[in-house]
Design a protein. Structure first.
Length: 278
């Protein structure tokens, strides 16, 4: 596989048709996503079955439609393509239903299902159609953590954050608010299952910090946001149909920018673990 660096850390693989990837290649790609945070592919032409087949070589996918559960309990059915893929789009299906986040194009720095302890660590986004002109950015919080001063690292080493969805702000779905709510705090400094340490800092979704006053919370948030959003920690992806972006989502976060053709753009999203790597 030919690996090209898009900046100091995000990479692009140019000479691989995902449909023909071997298990060994898929495992290597998964390892690159865990260490480099972002792996990009261009000019792919995939069926949903192709997408699931590749991701399954790395780990087990999250069920969107769980075949073990009664159909009437599947509250995300209108968002799904098969059992594992979410439609991220404003385009309506034959029942007039939009896909995930179809109501808005802009979405500030976040992690998917941030407040869910059980969520899967890898996210696959595939540009199906209507993507040209849209942009998504990724932020590397391994690199941003490593660049902190020793004093700052000492200050935040034991900080715990509380997370949640703010109903009505960027997720109008009552299902997402209820399904991913938690009272459990998360460590701000996080080491993932592959042994990489960085910041778990999906700051759109951070509601507070344990044992911090409101003033202390706001002060630390401001200082961290100013630090992590420096250009060297950010990769901007300008979408074209056929693009894939595979990213780790404990130690990276992402942002979707304003786009006026959300009713035409379709992305497929899969969440999965990397159990075949560890």
């Amino acid at each position: 596989m030919k690996i090209n660096y898009l900046n100091d850390w995000a990479i692009q693989i140019d000479d691989l048709d995902i449909r023909n990837a071997t298990e060994e290649q898929a495992i290597e790609i998964g390892k690159l996503a865990i260490s480099n945070m972002v792996v990009v592919f261009k000019k792919q032409s995939l069926t949903p079955e192709d997408e699931v087949a590749f991701c399954s070589k790395i780990g087990k996918g999250q069920y969107i439609i769980d075949p073990t559960q009664p159909k009437e309990g599947q509250r995300t059915e209108h968002l799904a393509v098969g059992n594992h893929i979410l439609r991220v789009t404003g385009q309506k299906n034959d029942k007039g239903e939009e896909g995930l986040f179809g109501h808005t194009s802009a979405l500030d720095w976040h992690a998917n299902q941030a407040s869910n302890y059980e969520r899967d660590p890898l996210i696959w986004l595939y540009g199906v159609e209507g993507t040209a002109g849209s942009k998504t950015s990724w932020l590397n919080n391994i690199a941003s953590y490593e660049a902190l001063s020793d004093e700052m690292k000492e200050e935040i080493k034991d900080v715990k954050i509380t997370l949640g969805y703010k109903s009505g702000s960027y997720s109008p779905s009552k299902f997402f608010v209820e399904h991913h709510a938690t009272d459990k705090p998360f460590n701000l400094v996080h080491t993932n299952d592959a042994g990489h340490t960085g910041l778990y800092f999906p700051f759109l979704q951070i509601l507070g910090m344990v044992d911090k006053t409101e003033e202390q919370f706001k002060d630390l948030m401001q200082r961290l946001i100013e630090h992590v959003t420096q250009p060297q920690f950010i990769y901007d992806h300008h979408w074209e149909d056929g693009d894939i972006v595979l990213s780790e989502q404990w130690l990276s976060i992402h942002k979707r920018w304003e786009f006026d053709k959300m009713d035409q753009r379709i992305l497929h999203r899969l969440a999965f673990n990397y159990e075949n790597i560890l």
